[in-house]
Design a protein around this ligand. Structure first.
Ligand code: PGA
Length: 250
């Protein structure tokens, strides 16, 4: 039985003070030992370290939204996996579609980041997903297979990996993939992973869904056989909504 995982991706929202308030509220609800699923929050880099301190006592996993593929050096404005691990992060989100779309994160770049993050002891949430144009062009499966295969090139052990399927057309748009549409892609991702790493590893792999998950659609999405939780954007900025989604998974 796979343990579901729900992670709030705060994106570029909240000052440090606002992040601390939100994290404190969520930590009070999550507490310790009471939930059957795993819960993470991903504040901005600026707030990460301080948020780590206020959630340390709880079961919440500190998560980063990105990292660089080198550990140190002349990379102005970047943050490395080594720094994140030393700041108490458990997870890092890599290959988010906004990174791919606006910041040049190709499959090759994402792959370098994935390898470095795993090497530094972080767990990785690797995001994949097709655009509307790709879906309408009938190439969803080949795009996602490419993102999985290239994103994991040279990675031999996937025990610290989570994949997040996030159709780009469903992110922040209010449009959610239907549970059947999402399930179809999740099953195909699991089959790709089985081909690469074997049946057993693929059955252990958790695959989250992301894209306009709300309290009103979470139960149905998380009820699908290959959907193992969610990566939540907008709704994770509100404690009541986020906790309703967490409880739908737990
Ligand atoms: P959304 O974002 O829930 O606001 O659609 C999801 C994500 O981008 O991770």
């Amino acid at each position: 039985m796979r343990r579901k995982i729900v992670v709030g991706n705060w994106k570029m929202n909240n000052t440090v003070a606002e992040s601390l308030d939100l994290a404190t509220e969520i930590a009070e609800k999550v507490g310790t030992g009471s939930l059957s699923c795993e819960v993470g929050i991903a504040p901005s880099f600026l707030a990460l370290h301080e948020v780590g301190k206020v959630i340390e006592w709880s079961d919440i996993r500190l998560t980063a939204q990105n990292c660089h593929y080198e550990n140190d050096g002349a990379f102005t404005g970047e943050v490395s996996a080594r720094m994140l691990a030393a700041s108490g992060c458990s997870y890092v989100i890599l290959g988010h579609s906004e990174r791919r779309q606006y910041f040049g994160d190709t499959n090759i770049v994402v792959n370098r980041k994935v390898k470095k993050a795993l090497e530094e002891g972080l767990k990785v949430i690797l995001c994949v997903g097709e655009t509307l144009e790709e879906r309408e062009g009938g190439v969803t499966e080949s795009i996602i297979t490419g993102q999985v295969v290239e994103g994991l090139s040279g990675v031999s052990d996937i025990s610290n990996l989570v994949i997040a399927y996030e159709p780009v057309w469903a992110i922040g748009t209010g449009k959610t993939a239907s549970s059947a549409q999402a399930q179809e892609v999740h099953a195909s991702i699991r089959a790709t992973v089985a081909g690469l790493y074997g049946q057993q590893a693929s059955e252990h792999l958790r695959i989250q869904y992301g894209g306009s998950v709300k309290p009103s659609n979470a139960v149905e999405l998380f009820g699908m056989p290959d959907i193992d939780g969610g990566l939540i954007g907008g709704a994770s900025l509100n404690t009541a909504d986020f906790m309703a989604i967490v409880l739908a998974a737990c």
